[in-house]
Design a protein around this ligand. Structure first.
Ligand code: PMP
Length: 440
C-alpha cells in the first residue's frame, strides 16, 4: 500500500495528469492504486515521500547502470549545468562520445544522437527504408521498438485465442488512433522459431527494408535467443538484401560493453541504443556502417531534433562509459556477475517453494521471475499462454511492502547496477522467500 503522502499526491495528480502519471507503466494500471511517489535515490536505494526505503531492481527501466546519484554523475551534471544546459550547436563532447562509441562497437562507423529509444528507432526505420528503397519491416511478436505507429503491433500480451496461427499471426495494433496504412507493411513473425523466420524471409525478404529484433526479448520478461537464431537471422538478411537492425535500447551498455552484438557474435547493419547510454539522462543513438548511415547526410533521410545531442546528457554518457570501462571493463563484469548471482539466488528460493510454479530467466544483468507451469518461456506465445501476470503483480506488490522494488508488470524485467551488493541479493532472496510463503 502506498503511504498517506503518496495517496494525497495521487489524489492531486490524477486531477491534472492522465492517470496521475506520465507513462501508463508508472500508474494505477501497474500498481493497482496510488503509485509510490519517490523523492530521491542513492546507490541501489529509492526513497518515497512517506520516508520509506526501497531496494531498487528496476533502475529507471534500465537507464542506471551506475545506480542513483553516482558521485561522478552528480558532479558532472553540477559542473556542466553551471556552464550552460543546452546549446543546440556542435560540441566537443559530441565528437568525444561518438569516438568512444565507434571504438567500442565494431559494427558502428558513424553515429547520430537522439533522445529516446523511440525516436532513434523511428529514424532507423526511415533510414532502412531510405537506404533500400523498400517498404516492408519484418518484426517479431512481443518485441517493442517504441510507441511509433508502424511498429506498435503485437507488443502487448493477448489471450491465446487472439494470437492466430503461429505461421500467420493476427496483427493487432496496440493503440487506438493508429490507421491501418501505418502498419500495413509491417510483417509480424514468431520469434525464436527458425522455420517461421525462413518462411517469412522467403515470402517477404526481398521487399523488406529491414528485419528488426531485440537481441534478448526484454518486453515479455527476459527471453534469450536460441543458440544460433540471431546469427541465422543475420545470414538471411544478407541473403535477401534486407538490413539487419538490432535494437539494443535495453541491452546496449547493459549485457556487455558491446551489447548483444558482442554477446552473440553479430554484425548488425543498424543498431539503436537508449536507456543505459544516457546513464539516467535522455540520450539515444542510431549507429551503423558509414555506407548506410550516410543516408542521413544533408537530410536525404531526415532526422532533426532541438534536443539531439544534449550536452548534459553527453557529459553523463562519457563519465558513465569511462566508469564502466575502467580497469579493463570491470564495471561491465560487475553488472554481469551481480545479475547472474541474483538469478542463481532467486532460482534457489523459487526451487524451495513447492506451492508456486516459478521459472527465473536471466541474461547477464537482466532477470525476470515467471509464475508459470511451463519449464521455460521461449517466446511471446509461451508468455501469453503460460505466464500468470496477476500472480506476479501480487508478488511484486508484496515485495514492495517489504522494501524491494521490482516493477509489478511481468512484461518488464529487473536489473542490477554496480551500486547493488551481495548483501542486497541476500536481502531480496529472504524477502522473496517470505512473500512466497505468505502468498495464497
Ligand atoms: N526499444 C526497446 C527494445 C525498448 O525496450 C524500448 C523501451 N522500453 C524502446 C525501444 C523505446 O525506448 P524509449 O522508451 O526510450 O522511447
Amino acid at each position: 500500500m502506498a503511504g498517506p503522502k503518496s495517496e494525497a499526491l495521487f489524489a492531486r495528480g490524477r486531477k491534472v495528469l492522465i492517470e496521475g502519471v506520465s507513462s501508463a507503466s508508472r500508474g494505477p494500471a501497474t500498481f493497482g492504486g496510488a503509485p509510490r511517489y519517490m523523492s530521491h535515490g542513492q546507490g541501489a536505494r529509492l526513497y518515497d515521500v512517506d520516508g520509506r526505503e526501497y531496494l531498487d531492481w528496476m533502475m529507471a527501466f534500465g537507464a542506471l547502470p551506475l545506480g542513483h546519484a553516482h558521485p561522478k554523475v552528480a558532479e558532472t551534471i553540477a559542473r556542466e549545468a553551471a556552464r550552460g544546459t543546452h546549446f543546440a550547436t556542435a560540441l566537443e563532447v559530441e565528437v568525444e562520445v561518438a569516438e568512444m562509441l565507434v571504438a567500442l562497437l565494431p559494427h558502428v562507423e558513424k553515429v547520430r544522437f537522439a533522445n529516446t529509444g523511440t525516436e532513434a528507432a523511428m529514424a532507423a526505420f526511415r533510414l532502412a527504408r531510405g537506404h533500400t528503397g523498400r517498404r516492408k519491416i519484418i518484426k517479431f511478436e512481443g518485441h517493442y521498438h517504441g510507441w511509433w505507429d508502424a511498429v506498435l503491433v503485437n507488443t502487448n500480451p493477448y489471450p491465446p485465442t487472439l494470437l492466430g496461427h503461429p505461421n500467420d499471426p493476427i496483427r493487432i495494433p496496440d493503440s487506438s488512433g493508429i490507421p491501418e496504412e501505418a502498419w500495413k507493411d509491417t510483417i509480424v513473425v514468431r520469434w525464436n522459431d527458425f522455420d517461421a523466420l525462413e518462411r517469412a524471409m522467403a515470402l517477404h525478404g526481398r521487399d523488406a527494408a529491414c528485419v528488426v529484433t531485440e537481441g534478448v526479448m526484454s518486453n515479455m520478461g527476459v527471453i534469450p535467443p536460441k543458440p544460433g537464431y540471431l546469427n541465422r537471422m543475420q545470414e538471411l538478411c544478407r541473403q535477401y538484401g534486407a538490413l539487419f537492425y538490432l535494437d539494443e535500447t535495453v541491452t546496449g551498455f547493459r549485457l556487455a560493453a558491446g551489447g548483444c552484438a558482442e554477446l552473440y557474435g553479430l554484425e548488425p547493419d543498424i543498431v539503436t541504443y537508449g536507456k543505459a547510454l544516457g546513464g539516467g539522462l535522455p540520450m539515444a543513438m542510431i549507429g551503423g556502417r558509414d555506407e548506410i548511415m550516410s543516408g542521413l547526410e544533408w537530410g536525404k533521410v531526415l532526422h532533426f531534433g532541438t534536443h539531439n545531442a544534449g550536452r548534459l546528457a553527453l557529459h553523463v554518457t562519457k563519465v558513465m562509459l569511462e566508469t564502466l570501462l575502467a580497469d579493463e571493463k570491470a564495471g561491465f563484469r560487475r553488472l554481469r556477475d551481480l545479475g547472474e548471482q541474483m538469478t542463481a539466488e532467486i532460482r534457489k528460493v523459487a526451487g524451495t517453494s513447492n506451492r508456486h510454479g516459478i521459472v527465473v530467466q536471466g541474461v547477464s544483468s537482466m532477470f525476470q521471475i515467471f509464475f508459470t507451469d511451463h519449464p521455460e518461456i521461449s517466446d511471446y506465445r509461451d508468455f501469453c499462454t503460460h505466464v500468470d501476470r496477476v500472480k506476479f503483480r501480487d508478488f511484486a506488490l508484496r515485495l514492495m511492502d517489504k522494501g524491494i522494488y521490482m516493477n509489478p508488470s511481468a512484461t518488464l524485467h529487473s536489473l542490477s547496477s554496480i551500486a547493488h551488493t551481495e548483501a542486497d541479493i541476500a536481502m531480496t532472496a529472504r524477502a522473496m522467500a517470505e512473500v512466497l510463503e505468505e502468498m495464497p
